[in-house]
Design a protein around this ligand. Structure first.
Ligand code: SF4
Length: 235
């Protein structure tokens, strides 16, 4: 996770501190690349806190990290970015660096944004995902949600329509677990059968690669996805 420990936003499900942000570490891209090399990683997921305080939203640092990793390793790269407040040039900057996977999580249904993700806007996140495909259709796009926050099945079906309209390639769905007592309470624990059924609904809606289970997380089964990329079976 790059761009510091503190976030400019305050999502109810997240345990990252919403307090003063720190300056950008100029050594961060090189350090991550060297660690990737040393650990002989095949696939790296780069994410960040949201940095609405920075003029470029932190997008330039994502680009630097991608370039440094590419300079000294053959690892495939997945970025999981904030929405950069919908600023197209920031999103495009990262697209130009061509990560293999460009992920932006919508996290939950739009009806719950006010309490779960108050500084985000559902439509802006969907436009962000659409924008990546416009920037470069060869980049695989990814998004994901947590369930058990109080969403309804009908709200989820409508959300899937938005994800399909954004041509998202990979979609993840997992059970929300409360990271601390200060975070939003779990409203419901879904069954394994529910997750299997949801996967079927999502695939029938038109999403080709769906990962849905209680413990699915954003970077779930990264190695399986890499193998699919390498054998070009994903699209
Ligand atoms: S924007 Fe991301 S890092 Fe910041 S509070 Fe929300 S989920 Fe956590």
């Amino acid at each position: 996770m790059i761009l510091g420990r503190n976030c400019t936003r305050n999502c109810a499900f997240c345990n990252i501190a919403n307090s003063d942000t720190t300056s950008i570490d100029p050594n961060e891209p090189r350090n991550i690349a060297e660690m990737t090399k040393e650990l002989e990683l095949k696939h790296v997921v780069i994410t960040s806190v949201t940095r609405d305080d920075l003029e470029d939203g932190g997008s330039e640092q994502f680009v630097k990290v991608i370039k440094e990793i590419r300079n000294i390793t053959k690892a495939t790269i997945e970025v999981l970015t904030p929405d950069f407040e919908g600023v197209e040039v920031d999103r495009q900057r990262v697209s130009v660096a061509k990560p293999e996977i460009y992920n932006h999580n919508v996290e939950t249904v739009p009806e719950l944004y006010d309490i779960i993700r108050p500084q985000a806007i559902h439509k802006r996140s969907i436009e962000f995902l659409k924008g990546i495909k416009k920037d470069d259709p060869s980049i695989l796009t990814k998004s994901g949600i947590m369930v058990g926050l109080g969403e309804t099945d009908d709200q989820l079906k409508s959300l899937l329509d938005d994800i399909v309209s954004a041509q998202v390639d990979i979609f993840t769905c997992g059970q929300y677990l409360r990271p601390s007592k200060l975070n939003y309470k779990v409203q419901e624990y879904k069954t394994e059968e529910w997750f299997e059924k949801f996967k079927e609904i999502a695939m029938n809606a038109g999403i080709k690669n769906v990962y849905s289970s209680p413990f699915t997380r954003s970077s779930y089964n990264a190695s399986e996805i890499i193998d699919k990329i390498k054998s070009s079976k994903l699209n």
